[in-house]
Design a protein around this ligand. Structure first.
Ligand code: HEC
Ligand code: HEC
Ligand code: HEC
Length: 160
């Protein structure tokens, strides 16, 4: 049996979310699903960039655990939401739905954390620091708050 992917030289990861691993011949690859930290992409702060890891196909999380109820049909992903900055010196925030819906169901965020209407939730940075809004996950299970410009990513001229 071949060694796990990250011990093979030149192994090309390119899985779609939910897809199983395949050998070079296109057969199902039964080797352990191991990805060492050293092959995972990093963000500017040196933390693993999980969104990129899915994007380039290194990991492909499953929708359910074996034996569990099959997940519901995937819904169409809503578009990104531009959240205007209340203060001029900070760039606006782009909330990317697609990066979240590969991991999370709509009901994780709607309607308890965020209203399903752009601008309807009074999101504040203080709240985020205290672990509300985006801070329910960021700084806990998702990339940390001190990586300001990964959220405040809208160029200034995108304003008005
Ligand atoms: C997880 C995403 C995220 C990260 C990381 C983040 N912010 Fe924010 N921030 C927001 C959102 C959403 C808002 C609300 C919309 C707005 O006012 O810009 C906000 C608002 C703000 C505001 C406007 C005033 C307020 O209280 O709402 C300031 C200033 C700010 N952030 C500064 C920062 C700084 C400095 C950092 C890094 C230390 C940072 N932010 C990191 C998402 C984030
Ligand atoms: C990680 C949290 C999260 C998840 C998961 C999530 N959303 Fe959202 N959604 C948001 C945020 C944040 C906003 C913007 C709220 C604001 O601007 O006040 C938003 C806004 C929306 C809006 C309003 C867009 C607009 O332009 O008015 C719709 C519709 C929406 N979401 C639908 C969905 C659906 C359908 C799903 C599941 C496929 C989903 N969302 C999953 C956080 C999430
Ligand atoms: C319910 C949990 C949850 C909430 C709430 C949440 N996020 Fe996330 N977010 C995640 C996870 C999980 C990831 C993927 C792992 C990572 O990048 O660390 C992620 C990734 C991201 C990314 C990286 C996208 C990419 O493609 O590189 C951005 C930007 C982001 N979130 C912004 C926000 C903003 C802004 C808010 C609040 C308006 C928010 N998130 C609220 C869980 C959440």
């Amino acid at each position: 049996m071949e060694p796990p992917p990250d011990e093979r030289t030149g192994y090309q990861y390119k899985r779609e979310p939910g897809q199983l691993k395949r050998t070079r011949m296109g057969f199902l690859d039964p080797t352990p699903d191991v990805v060492s930290l050293s092959v995972l992409p990093r963000d500017d702060y040196g933390f693993v960039d999980w969104s990129k890891a899915i994007g380039i196909g290194i990991i492909s999380p499953r929708d359910s655990i074996p034996g569990a109820e099959a997940p519901a049909e995937p819904l169409q992903t809503p578009p990104d939401v531009l959240i205007r900055s209340k203060l001029d010196f900070m760039p606006d925030v782009i909330f990317p739905h697609s990066s979240h819906t590969v991991w999370l169901k709509c009901g994780v965020c709607h309607p308890k954390i965020f209203e399903e209407k752009a601008g309807a939730t009074p999101i504040s940075m203080i709240g985020i620091w205290k672990g509300e809004f985006c801070g329910r996950c960021h700084d806990r299970v998702a990339f940390p708050i001190r990586n300001c410009f990964r959220c405040h990513s809208a160029p200034r001229d995108a304003k008005k």
